[in-house]
Structure formats: C-alpha cells, structure tokens
Design a protein around this ligand. Structure first.
Ligand code: ADP
Ligand code: MG
Length: 475
C-alpha cells in the first residue's frame, strides 16, 4: 500500500517529469507507476509489467532519480519492481491522471536532443555505449571490427556502414559507440544521430512549412550521419526521396554514413531499389545472437558495470537460459540488482529462476516495436543447420564446411549455405567465413543455384523440406 506521503512525493515527481515528455509517452509509461516503499535512501518504484522495466531503465531512470532528489533530498537511489496489480487498479490510475490534464498548447522542450547548428538537431549520445564495453564474440565480431575501422577513419573505406540484426542485439549500442569514438577524436565534427522516425518527422515538417530547400542545405553540412532502424523508411516515399538526396550529397563529399536495420538491405521491401543499391555499395555487417560464451562475457561485463558481485554459477545459469536477446539478459541482471539492494539477498540460481518466471509470464519479445512483421521461424544456430544437413546426407560436418571438392559433399555444402542464408539471414561474407573462408561471391553463387534448383527439382525440394522439419524450421 502506498502511503499518503509517498503518493504526494510521487505526484511531485511526475509533475517534474511530465513537461519533459510528450503526452503519449508520459501516459503510457507513467500512469500505472507508483512508489511501493523505501528503505533508507533507496526508493522502490512499482511498474505494472515486466516490459516497462527495460524501458524505464533505459529512458527514464536518471530523469526519475533527478526529479525525486529535487523533491526529497534524502533519496539516493531508486530500484524498480514489477507489480502486476498496478495495471488493474483503474481508480488509482484515474485519480492520478486528474492531476495531469491535457494542455494542447504546451510546447515540448525536447530534452533528449542537442542542437548542432541552426535547424539541425541530433539525439543525444548515450556515453554508456562505447566500443570498449561492447563484448565481442563470433556473432558480432565483424560488426564491431567494422565500427572500429569507421571510428578510426570516418568517411574512408567502409562507407556507408550498414549494420543489421535482430532486436536487442546491440545495433544502437554500436552506432552510438562509433559516434562517441569519432567525437572523441573530432570534437567539432557535426555528427547527427537520429532515428528513421525522427528523420521522417523532420521531412514532413519541412514539407508542411515549405522549407525543403533549407532542410536540404542544413543536412548537407553534416560530417557524420547516423540513422537507426532504417527499416522504418519502408513505404515512406517522400522521406525516401529526401533521404536519397541527402545520402548522395554526403556520400560524394566523403562524409561517413552509418545505418542500422533489422534485416539486410536486400530484404528491405518497400524501399526503393536505388537506395538499397547505395547501401550495398558499402560495408554490410550482420549481428547474430550471441553464443553461450559471449552471453556469459556480456553478463560479467554488465555485472562489473553495475558493481554487482554475483556467483559465477549464477551467471552461467542466466547465460544458459536466456539466449535470444541481450536486452533480456540485462533485464534479468537488473532485477537481481534490485533484489540485492532491497533484500540484501545475494542472487542465487533459485532467485534468478523466480525472476525469470516472473518476467516470462509476459511474452517478453513483444516489447519490440509495434506494427512489426513477425520474423519467420528460424533455426537456432548455424550448428543446427550443419548437423541437420550432415545427418540427412550422411556427410560429416567437417566435410561440409571443408574444402573437399568431392561430388558427394558439394550439394550438401551448397544446401547448408542456402539454409544459413534463408533461416539465419547470415551475410554472404559471414557464411563464407564459416565455410573455410570462401569468398562471398562463391556463397552467393551457391545460394542462388540452390534457390533456382528448388523451383524445378522436386526431389531436392523434398530433401530440403525434410532437413528443415528435422531442425524445426518447417512451416
Ligand atoms: P538493438 O538496437 O539492436 O535493439 P541495443 O543496442 O539497444 O539493441 O542493445 C540492447 C542492450 O544490450 C543495450 O543495453 C546494450 O548495451 C546491450 N548489448 C547488446 N550487445 C552487447 C554486447 N555485445 N556487449 C555489451 N552489451 C551489449
Ligand atoms: Mg536499437
């Protein structure tokens, strides 16, 4: 139960936060929050659902702590706790919202932005993201190396740099880390980091106010352009048009462009071909889900950052059970931190299992951007594919990835390459690396060949289907 004092305190905190957010954000993320309790300087803030946890940690934690400390100087720390009953307490929510009537005229100060030059704003760089604290493993090595190369020589060989990978695998981290690294060497560079959404808003605004010329001129002064989640450009024709011209102008001036997307360029449907082919001209690097060792290393790194002493066995347990997404790994660790700070309970395998159960009540992945097409089902790992193909054709994995040119292994090898592309969306370069460092053009050729054969060769189609069923990717 929240005490009257805590309610007042929370209201005054929300009053400080509300003007900094737009209304939709404020309502969505704060209407079902509350103070659940406190212990000395630590305040426990209740959130209605597990998905709020990461969002608050990432976007609102420092803002909330700051507001709290303004209202009550004895608060030194906040921790979050998920409490499902907050979501159902409609009366409480309505009462709370009465304090925040809608004011249509309110102009938003955009606190998370920084002005670069007249009419040019960038989102703020989060200096928590660096190239040094990004843990490198087989799934992201190429992407990290490419970012480091770009940071060393912006506008050089790797331009544009296009990173792609699933949600929560570190794209935004790498983008911002690269930006941070460039800014360290060139503090005066005009570096603009934006999301596709924000870019679109600006184009629309410029069209509305008939300031397109000005918009173009401004964007062309930029030294480094970083655009996150470019898949959202799909089907926005006018924005694509402007993007294309900005892109070309910067590219011709040897200005570095860095882009992220949830899928490779060739799969960006709804995007004009000429834009896709611009992307393909540069360096493309994929990010795959981390393997066990990398997950474990990421956990140790995060535990170190949060100064959490945690038993190696417990970290191993988390790394074994949370496999899809780094954000989720982090979320679980943060809950363990909260538990430790509140109850002085050292995380154990048992307590972590409890946390995981709580978090998984909700389909955690659905936190991902709304309106997203569902990803096709995928084999879990490259190893699954190799083993599936190996079993089916009775050819050893060694032979499949090896360099033997014996006829019996050629087709299985090409099928394994094809399946790596289809189900894991690995880049041609990476597939090549995994098959005894073959050139990416060899891989492209193999994938193409199997793709074509499957249209006409029903025997091969049956075989591939059987393997897909075996490894659990058949529809
Ligand atoms: P994306 O933009 O791909 O959805 P993010 O960059 O937001 O993913 O990553 C989600 C979280 O996981 C961030 O807090 C980020 O710091 C962390 N993260 C992801 N990959 C790594 C890694 N290899 N090493 C350290 N932290 C990582
Ligand atoms: Mg992101």
């Amino acid at each position: 139960m929240t005490s009257a004092v805590d309610l007042d305190l929370w209201l005054s905190v929300l009053k400080r936060i509300e003007p900094k957010l737009d209304r939709g954000q404020f309502i969505t993320w704060f209407k079902d929050t509350s103070i659940l309790g406190r212990e000395e300087g630590t305040l426990v803030i209740g959130l209605p659902l597990p998905i709020y946890l990461n969002w608050h940690l990432e976007h609102y934690r420092s803002m909330t702590l700051e507001a709290l400390q303004e209202a009550d100087a004895t608060v030194s720390k906040i921790v979050y706790q998920v409490d499902g009953s907050l979501k159902d307490d409609i009366d409480r929510t309505l009462k709370l919202l009465e304090h925040f009537p809608e004011n249509k005229k309110r102009k938003l100060p955009k606190k998370n932005e920084v002005k670069l030059a007249e009419g040019l704003t960038s989102k703020i760089f989060n200096n928590r993201y660096t190239l040094e604290n990004f843990v490198v493993g087989p799934g992201n090595r190429l992407a990290h190396a490419a970012c480091s190369a770009v940071a060393a020589q912006p506008g050089g060989k790797y331009n544009p740099l296009f990173l792609y990978g699933g949600v929560g695998l570190g794209k935004t981290h790498l983008l911002q880390a690269t930006g941070n690294a460039i800014l360290r060497q060139m503090p005066n560079a005009l570096m603009l980091y934006t999301t596709t959404e924000e870019f679109t808003n600006q184009v629309v605004e410029a069209i509305k106010t008939q300031k397109m010329e000005q918009f173009r001129r401004r964007y062309r002064q930029i030294d480094v352009l970083i655009i996150d989640d470019v898949q959202f450009l799909a089907n926005k024709d006018r924005t694509q048009e402007e993007f294309f011209h900005t892109f070309n102008a910067l590219y011709e001036d040897h200005k570095q462009i860095i882009i992220s997307s949830d899928r490779p360029p060739e799969e960006l449907s709804g995007l004009e071909d000429r834009i896709v082919s611009r992307f393909e001209r540069g360096m493309i690097a994929d990010i795959q889900a981390p393997d066990y060792e990398t997950r474990l290393a990421i956990l140790s790194e995060k535990a170190r950052e949060y100064e959490l002493f945690i038993d190696a066995k417990v970290l191993q347990f988390i790394a074994e059970h949370v496999t899809k997404n780094v954000r989720e790994l982090e979320g679980i660790l943060m809950q363990a931190v909260a538990q430790y700070e509140l109850e002085h309970r050292m995380p154990t395998i048992g307590s972590i299992a409890e946390i995981m159960q709580k978090l998984h009540k909700d389909p955690y992945e659905d936190e991902q951007q709304v309106g997203f097409e569902k990803q096709p089902e995928r084999a879990h790992t490259f190893q699954d594919i190799l083993e599936g193909v190996s079993r089916y054709y009775s050819v050893s994995v060694q032979d499949i990835i090896g360099s033997s040119r014996v006829r019996e292994v050629l087709i299985p090898r090409q099928i394994a390459m094809f399946m790596s592309k289809k189900h894991l969306r690995m880049s041609y370069v990476r597939i090549g690396e995994n098959f005894s460092h073959r050139d990416h053009t060899t891989v492209m050729h193999a994938v193409d060949k199997i793709d074509k054969k499957l249209q006409e060769d029903s025997q091969m189609l049956r075989e591939v289907r059987a393997i897909e069923r075996e490894i659990g990717v058949a529809k």
